[in-house]
Ligand binder design. Structure first.
Ligand code: I3S
Length: 130
């Protein structure tokens, strides 16, 4: 075998619209603030972008159309289905970073959440083996 298993070889990537809220910052509980995000998984990092479409105001030009809001490093993170007491919404995932920040990720369409769940879990597993 050649050196074909470098870290970039099996990179998992995905992007789409999800609802998300941060619920804890380094162990400190935060008030929920659900909003829709353009969400990108790339290089073991999950980035939630503010979509100005859903922002209260502000000009939209090419340079500020997609603004990173949260960047979550998946190395050492855990992902599970959120228990009922975490949210009244359906299809909620709970993402905990190794630094103790927590996010809820949600979408009404089952298959969309199932796909994200799968790829995030695969990414976490894969990073652990690097
Ligand atoms: O866990 P909570 O406090 O029931 O979360 C709800 C609140 O964040 C609520 O906003 P207010 O803090 O302004 O009441 C949101 O509108 C709800 O969506 C939150 O609950 P769900 O069950 O949707 O995650």
């Amino acid at each position: 075998l050649t050196d074909s298993h470098s870290s970039h070889c099996h990179q998992l990537e995905k992007a789409g619209i999800l609802n998300k809220t941060k619920v804890s910052d380094n162990g400190k509980k935060l008030r929920k603030n659900w909003s829709q995000s353009w969400t990108v998984l790339h290089d073991g990092i999950l980035t939630f972008h503010k979509d100005p479409k859903f922002a209260p105001s502000g000009p939209s030009n090419k340079s500020n159309q997609i603004i990173p809001e949260f960047t979550v490093e998946l190395r050492g993170a855990t992902l599970a289905r959120a228990s009922k007491d975490k949210s009244s919404k359906k299809n909620v995932l709970e993402l905990k970073t190794r630094h103790g920040s927590e996010y809820l990720i949600q979408y009404d369409t089952d298959s969309i959440i199932t796909d994200w769940e799968k790829i995030i879990l695969d990414t976490i597993k894969q990073i652990d083996h690097d």
